[in-house]
Structures are given as structure tokens and as C-alpha cells.
Design a protein around this ligand. Structure first.
Ligand code: KIV
Length: 283
């Protein structure tokens, strides 16, 4: 299947065709996703939790880590729209810094777009990156890099005032030139309003069923990440449990001498074993 472009995503919004989107952090998972026909992959800075196990979540993640993982995903899914995720402090300091770092995702990892967190407060940065010729996805609602300001991982926009702030943020992101908006952990009412209000595609992670597409963290849907289970996650596999069971079986078979069996062993070329014995005996 040909790689989708922003034109496909705009058309899909107009035609009411839902976009499927998952995170991936490595080559094999990206391959699985491309084989499964996913529309878009985010190499999220959630790799801080899901791959590196940082207690600080996404905050400690560096540009270098994001680039390395994005390169691997790009190799695994050459025909899928891949988005890089700008890590904490790679875009908040100056717009120049932000353009340079966004450009690294393009030049070093071959992305199709980059994502960054924030609404009204990052519009200058979005504009600078767009003016440099790159495709930007805004991200508002629960933005994990600033959970300290929210007092934790909490749903956003549950009151009229905070919902209105989100609507203003969404409009500002579109106005600044972003091509996509991601809404995280907001009510379906807010998800529906913003999706219908904006011309650009609006995707949700925990933002209800009305968005133009859905994103989830691959480690959540596959049951790899067990530390916590957000309300909006649906689990489609139990890979942590299955992996532990498989490793236990291997450990038991090695200890009991059941592995390796004949089928797992290389064969000598015919007649060579006898010759070898003669060589050893001649010594
Ligand atoms: O890093 C990530 O995976 C994200 C999602 C939580 C939206 O930004």
C-alpha cells in the first residue's frame, strides 16, 4: 500500500473515514504495524515510560533517544506515515532551537511530521517549524510533559471554563499552521466540538469516539505496559503474561534437559564425524 500523505488525511476527514494511529518505538513493532495496515505511527516520547522505565516519565527523554528510536521505526515501516515526537525542552526555549530539532527528525530519521505539546503558548514555535517547510501536529489536553502543572495524569476540560480554554488552544494551533491536532484525555463533548470546529484532522487518545481518528500506546494495547491502566485503554493482547509464561517454559526445559532437541542441532557433513575421531586417535 502506498504511504499516506497529509492530502489523504484531509480527504479521510472530509469523507468521515477514521484514521488508525499507534505508537511504536522499535523496528519489529513498526514492521508488525505496517503489515497490519495502520495509517500512522507516532514514535512517542512515551518511550521514556514504555522502553526506558523512567520514573520521571517523558521528561528525561532526550533528542538523541527520540532520533535513534524514530530511525528504527522508519526502517521497519518505510511505507507508513511516521511522526516524530519533540521531547521536553527541545522546542520550549526558542523557536530557532525548535526548528533545528524538528529538522533533525526530518534529516536524520526521515519522518513525515513532528508533534509537539501545547496550545496558545507554542503558536510561535509551530509557525516557525511550519515556515521551515515541516508538517506539525499540535497536542493539547493532558500533555504528559507538563503533568506537574496538572497535578498528575488527569482528564482535562471537564468544566465549561477549562473546555473553552481547550477550544481556544485548538483554534490557535490550527491558526499557527499545524496540519493535525491530537487531543488527549478530554471528554467526548470536547472531542466532538473541536473535531467539528477545526478544518484540520483531529485525532484523540482518550478523547471519545467522535474524533477523526484514534491513537493508543502500543505497549498498552498489547498488554506489555502493566504499571497503570488509563480508563481509555483497551487491551487486545496480554504480551507481558504470555512472555513470562514463555520464558518460564524455556527455563524449565533447559533445567530439565528437554531443550535443545535433535531438531535444534547442526549436523556434521556425512562421514566427517568418523574422520574427526580418527584424527583425534592419531594424536
Ligand atoms: O509520547 C506519546 O506517546 C504521546 C501520547 C501519549 C499521545 O505523546
Amino acid at each position: 500500500m502506498a504511504k499516506k500523505t497529509i492530502l489523504d488525511f484531509q480527504r479521510m476527514k472530509k469523507q468521515g473515514e477514521k484514521v488508525t494511529w499507534l505508537t511504536a518505538y522499535d523496528y519489529p513493532t513498526a514492521q508488525f504495524q505496517e503489515r497490519a495496515g495502520i495509517d500512522m505511527i507516532l514514535v512517542g516520547d512515551s518511550l521514556g515510560n514504555c522502553v526506558y522505565g523512567y520514573s520521571g516519565g517523558t521528561v528525561p527523554v532526550t533528542m538523541e533517544q527520540c532520533i535513534v528510536h524514530t530511525e528504527a521505526v522508519r526502517r521497519g515501516a518505510p511505507n507508513t506515515f511516521v511522526m516524530g515526537d519533540m521531547p521536553f525542552l527541545s522546542y520550549q526555549i526558542t523557536p530557532e532551537d525548535a526548528v533545528r530539532n524538528a529538522g533533525r527528525f526530518y534529516k536524520e530519521a526521515g519522518v513525515d511530521a513532528i508533534k509537539l505539546e501545547g496550545g496558545c503558548r507554542v503558536t510561535k514555535v509551530i509557525k516557525a517549524i511550519v515556515d521551515a517547510g515541516m508538517v506539525v501536529c499540535g497536542h493539547i489536553g493532558l500533555t504528559p510533559q507538563s503533568t506537574g502543572q496538572f497535578g498528575g495524569y488527569k482528564a482535562q476540560g471537564r468544566t465549561a471554563e477549562s473546555g473553552y480554554e481547550l477550544i481556544k488552544d485548538a483554534r490557535a494551533v490550527q491558526e499557527a499552521g499545524a496540519s493535525f491536532l491530537l487531543l488527549e484525555a478530554v471528554t467526548p463533548e470536547i472531542g466532538k466540538f473541536i473535531t467539528e470546529d477545526l478544518k484540520i484532522p483531529v485525532y484523540g487518545i482518550g478523547a471519545g469516539p467522535y474524533c477523526d481518528g484514534q491513537l493508543l500506546i502500543v505497549s498498552d494495547i498489547l498488554g506489555i505496559w502493566e504499571a497503570f491502566h488509563p480508563k481509555f485503554v483497551k487491551r487486545y493482547a496480554n504480551m507481558a503474561e504470555d512472555s513470562v509464561k514463555a520464558i518460564q517454559a524455556y527455563v524449565a526445559e533447559v533445567r530439565e534437559g528437554k531443550f535443545p532437541e535433535q531438531v535444534h542441532c547442526y549436523k556434521m557433513i556425512e562421514g566427517e564425524a568418523e574422520k574427526l575421531m580418527k584424527l583425534v586417535e592419531q594424536e
